[in-house]
Design a protein around this ligand. Structure first.
Ligand SMILES: [Zn+2]
Length: 361
């Protein structure tokens, strides 16, 4: 798996970035192939080669967009024992805070403010799951409820998200009335950062729970579902759909790193069906009642239904990167849950790293 972390470089590369932009325009115009052709622009050939690769050889590109400085693996020196990276071509030293367990650094992209470090991380061989825990996601109450039908045990997670959301909603209202729009933007970021943090913690707990139980994880397939009442509610109620999607992606990549399979089930009637007898019961807010006598917390009932449903199609989930998912939350996310040693130092290390993780694929 490839994880991309971002870290501030605290340097001014505006001159180099300008050169890079000019080279890209030149490459698009002339389809120049060799870094010798663009040596006059004064950028190191290692970097200009990357720009040529993108702009000369890609016939589909018609226009130069943002051009970052891309340093390939061979232009990067790792100093793992010091947690440092040295880029000779830019005379740039970066200190990184993510775990040292990566296989190699693939490339580093540099813009005005940040360096984006892409590393390859080994994935665990997938376990063969005999059973699955079901995870129900919601925007009211707990953001996730996980149930294990084998043991009957239930985990309710992330209740604080709603409190945070309501708190910031009130602050936003006040600021809007006063016309303080600069602050408003800041507050929005602060809220999404906190929710992203919680999504990480909740995903960690779910993956840990699955691992302890030697089971896979089942989730509802919620993408593109707009017509069922439950899901209209889920998406529009009080939280943004990005938070939903983010939690799903965190569960996916953390599970993948640990070799835990993730499967998706049809979301239809997961909250109306009775997890004991399969008939349709009555749901009033968070209470579920069935004719068979089964009375349960509605989300708990739903999570058991999810656990017991057959997976859609191939069941195994392919993880793909979505850089956009983290855009709304700027530089928060985090990394894996490979906490086999479980020392507090290591946990702190991961928690910090996760604040800088930008994407994974
Ligand atoms: Zn029933």
């Amino acid at each position: 798996m490839i994880l991309t972390y971002k870290t501030k470089h605290n340097r001014n590369f505006s001159a180099e970035l300008k050169k890079a932009h000019r080279i890209a325009e030149f490459a698009l115009r002339t389809r120049a192939q060799s870094s010798k052709d663009v040596a006059c622009f004064g950028l190191k050939s290692l970097i200009s080669n990357q720009i040529l690769r993108e702009y000369s050889r890609n016939k589909k590109l018609k226009r130069v967009g943002r051009v970052n400085l891309i340093i390939p693996n061979q232009g990067i020196t790792e100093r793992k024992e010091e947690h440092k990276i040295w880029i000779p071509s830019l005379k740039l030293q970066l200190r990184y805070r993510f775990p040292n367990n990566f296989k190699k650094i693939n490339q580093i992209e540099v813009d005005e403010e940040y360096a984006y470090i892409s590393v390859s991380v080994e994935e665990q061989k997938p376990i063969i799951a005999n059973n699955y825990i079901g995870v129900d996601r919601n925007t009211t109450g707990h953001i996730a409820v996980a149930a294990n039908p084998d043991t009957g045990k239930v985990l309710k997670l992330g209740k604080e998200v709603l409190h945070i959301h309501n708190k910031y909603k009130n602050i936003r209202k006040r600021l809007q009335k006063k016309g303080k729009f600069g602050l408003l933007k800041k507050i929005k970021h602060r809220e999404s950062n906190r929710i992203t943090d919680i999504n990480h913690k909740v995903a960690d707990k779910i993956v840990d729970y699955a691992r302890e139980n030697n089971s896979g994880i089942k989730l509802e397939k919620l993408d593109g579902i707009r017509n069922s009442k439950k899901h209209i509610k889920k998406f529009n109620y009080s939280l943004h759909s990005w938070s939903f999607k983010e939690l799903q992606q965190f569960i996916e990549y953390k599970a993948k790193l640990c070799g835990i399979p993730v499967a998706y089930v049809e979301p239809k009637y997961t909250s109306q069906e009775c997890s004991r007898c399969g008939n349709i019961g009555t749901r009033i807010e968070k209470k579920f009642v069935c004719q068979c006598g089964h009375v349960d917390h509605a989300d708990v009932n739903a999570s058991f239904n999810i656990a017991l449903r057959p997976p859609i199609g191939e069941s195994m989930v392919r993880l793909h990167a979505d850089r956009d998912v983290c855009k709304g939350s700027t530089d928060i996310p985090k990394e894996a849950t490979l906490r086999t040693t479980g020392t507090s130092n290591l946990q702190t290390e991961y928690a910090q790293a996760e604040r800088n993780l930008l994407s994974f694929r």
